[in-house]
Write a protein that binds this ligand. Structure first.
Ligand SMILES: O=C(O)CCC(=O)C(=O)O
Length: 245
């Protein structure tokens, strides 16, 4: 459970670090499933930043358990303060010595949602993720910037071109042990270091959105484009399960 001080800190800073949301043993079990999923699930991303596998909850029984975990959804709901549904999950695997940072960006501008009161991601470390293996860095408070265009996460200067004041803000880098998690607001500026180690960095990310937000025709998105959704209507539970009680 989260106390009021933790919820207030999340709402002020836009992120929170929660140690051991799952045990190390469970993290190891999910890491094994993640590595196996690389053989069966198509990589959605070109380039060196990370391998991106989407919708594990639809492809893998073991990872489905993590994505749809009611305890994790309850933490997200308490932080968000609104009923949530799953937007999507993703495994983000930085290969050993991948040589590329995930550059500063916000998440929300990539997504075709309108009327969202809150969206957030649970970034769960399935292996130890020290700074050298590609942990996340956040700009606390940057979630207040909600009118920026989408930023290029391959370009380290892109966010600062459109929000130059962010360059001078304090950054917080959060190494995670296997089983630890961070939650971050969908508007929070964040990045991740390259993987300088001999082992893969494996993160499972569960993205929650406002259950009542509606589909917007733009921007295009790989998950909604094939579904023929109607702009202005909530996303269908069948593809985006609701955690609302
Ligand atoms: O894990 C990474 O490299 C970046 C993750 C990220 O940007 C996110 O989860 O929103």
């Amino acid at each position: 459970m989260l106390d009021d001080a933790q919820v207030s800190a999340y709402r002020r800073d836009g992120f929170i670090h929660l140690p051991q949301v799952i045990s190390r043993a469970d993290a190891a079990r999910y890491a094994k499933a993640a590595l196996a999923a690389q053989e069966t699930v198509r990589d959605n991303r070109e380039g060196d930043i990370f391998v991106q596998l989407l919708q594990l909850w639809q492809h893998d029984e073991t990872l489905r358990e993590l994505t749809l975990h009611p305890g994790l959804a309850a933490l997200a709901t308490r932080l968000a303060g609104v009923p949530l549904r799953l937007w999507h999950d993703q495994l983000l695997i930085k290969k050993p010595h991948n040589g590329a940072a995930t550059e500063f960006h916000q998440d929300q501008p990539y997504w075709p949602h309108a009327g969202s009161r809150h969206a957030l991601s649970a970034w769960i470390a399935l292996v130890d993720v020290p700074v050298e293996r590609g942990c996340m860095t956040f700009v606390p408070g940057s979630q207040d910037l909600q009118d920026l265009r989408a930023q290029d996460l391959t370009d380290g200067q892109d966010l600062f071109r459109i929000a130059p004041e962010l360059r001078w803000r304090q950054r917080v880098t959060v190494p995670l042990k296997a089983g630890d998690c961070t939650f971050h607001n969908s508007y929070l500026a964040h990045c991740a270091t390259p993987n300088f180690t001999d082992d893969p960095r494996i993160a499972h990310v569960v993205i929650y959105m406002d259950a009542e937000a509606v589909f917007a025709a733009e921007p295009a998105h790989v998950l909604t484009d094939p579904l023929g959704l109607t702009p202005g209507l909530p996303l269908p539970d069948e593809h985006f399960p609701s955690f609302a009680r």
